[in-house]
Design a protein around this ligand. Structure first.
Ligand SMILES: CCCCCCCCCCCCC/C=C/C(=O)SCCNC(=O)CCNC(=O)[C@H](O)C(C)(C)COP(=O)(O)OP(=O)(O)OC[C@H]1O[C@@H](n2cnc3c(N)ncnc32)[C@H](O)[C@@H]1OP(=O)(O)O
Length: 348
């Protein structure tokens, strides 16, 4: 009758480990042919001193060379997998042989070494990725993905549907634009709490200005939803942001790509005035609608007998817009000069 020893097994991505429970093993013969490992040895097992043997047909191919090392208590066998990867089980048959069991000690060693590697990795990255950098990077990444989606979607629709695409921009794009612009409030907080080196006023003008157009002019008036002006405003906003946010993302790691830096600090020169002109057109188009619908108008006491229409405020807003454009244009011009002056100095 053939006696089989107890065999414990474990795996790594590249190797299989077998631990054969035989003490003082001698005449060890272990080899692999195709996917089958054959083991034979004499030693002290469950049935005392005897000849013990077993065969294992692996679930996947292994390399023909096997290494083994015998200690007083056991025989350790290492087999290399043909292809790197994780096996769902060791042997080809679904019911594992009765003499085979998982080697929990080895799995535990694996887990501990994995945890050690992971904590080493964490302690390493925390050295150079601070919480602030991580937060800014994720914020800029989310904005970049949002605005890229908007820009690509609008461009593709323009190519496919031509002029028709100008009329349904709000229905197809507004949800993502709402998300990105609400999130942009974070930039005002970043400036206010000194998370980034920038002025609060220019950021506030930018965020409040855009959100006014998005939520009040477009969002609250259904009559504006199908107007082509929505297309121009969204396209101009997203054209700058697909360069601005990746520029900040690289900046988080003190890296820069010269072309991107140049684009970030240059394309606002035509885009900002065009953006404000598009926004002004939207405001002008909305004035008669607010006038007719009396939406947001402030009722006055009966004695006076009328109300202050929101359209009056919009006339004032039109002036504020160009004031805002002036403040931000000057701010961006200074930022541009500062950026390129520092570069030139560094180059000298
Ligand atoms: C008080 C409310 C009044 C309301 C009145 C309303 C009137 C509104 C009228 C105006 C309407 C404007 C509407 C907008 C229209 C358009 O957008 S049109 C399309 C074209 N638009 C643009 O070109 C403008 C794009 N926007 C911006 O550039 C900014 O929002 C800005 C605030 C105007 C300027 O940015 P700023 O941050 O000051 O400049 P930078 O040089 O890029 O940054 C300075 C440093 O800070 C770092 N930094 C900034 N932000 C981040 C970030 N998110 N993540 C990481 N780092 C950041 C940046 O790297 C710089 O650091 P250094 O390199 O070390 O200097």
């Amino acid at each position: 009758m053939t006696l089989t020893p107890l065999v414990y097994w474990a795996q790594r991505h590249e190797e299989i480990y077998l631990r054969v429970e035989l003490t003082d093993a001698q005449n060890i013969d272990v080899h692999v042919h195709e996917k089958v490992l054959q083991f034979r040895a004499r030693g002290h097992g469950a049935k005392g001193l005897n000849e013990y043997e077993f065969n294992l047909e692996f679930i996947s191919p292994v390399k023909p060379e096997v290494t083994h090392r015998s200690t007083q208590r056991q025989v350790n066998i290492t087999v290399r997998k043909e292809q790197r990867g994780w096996w769902e089980r060791l042997v080809v048959q679904e019911r594992k042989p009765v003499f085979l069991a998982p080697d929990f000690d080895s799995w535990l060693d694996d887990l501990i070494s994995c945890l050690n590697d992971f904590s080493f990795f964490l302690s390493n990255i925390s050295g150079f990725v601070s919480l602030k950098t991580g937060f800014l990077f994720i914020y800029n990444l989310v904005q970049f993905l949002g605005f890229s989606w908007i820009f690509v979607n609008m461009t593709v629709r323009l190519f496919i549907f031509g002029q028709d695409s100008l009329y349904d921009t709000f229905h197809t794009i507004s949800d993502v634009m709402f998300f990105c612009q609400i999130l942009a409030a974070v930039e005002v907080l970043n400036a206010a709490f000194g998370v980034v080196r920038t002025g609060v006023i220019p950021t506030l003008i930018q965020v409040v200005g855009r959100n006014f157009i998005l939520f009040i002019i477009f969002g609250s008036l259904e009559e504006m939803h199908n107007r082509p002006v929505v297309f121009f405003v969204f396209y101009l906003w997203s054209s700058i942001e697909i360069f601005r946010y990746p520029f900040y993302m690289l900046g988080c790691f003190n890296t820069e790509w010269k072309t991107l830096t140049w684009l970030r600090y240059t394309i606002w020169i035509p885009l900002y005035p065009l953006g404000v002109i598009a926004e002004a057109v939207a405001v002008i188009q909305s004035i008669p609608i607010f006038h007719e619908t009396k939406l947001f108008s402030i009722p006055l006491p009966k004695a006076i007998g009328t109300s202050i229409g929101f359209s009056y405020f919009l006339h004032i807003y039109l002036v504020l817009m160009f004031l805002g454009l002036f403040i931000n244009f000057r701010h961006l011009y200074k930022q541009r000069k500062r950026r390129f002056r520092t570069k030139k100095r560094k180059a000298n």
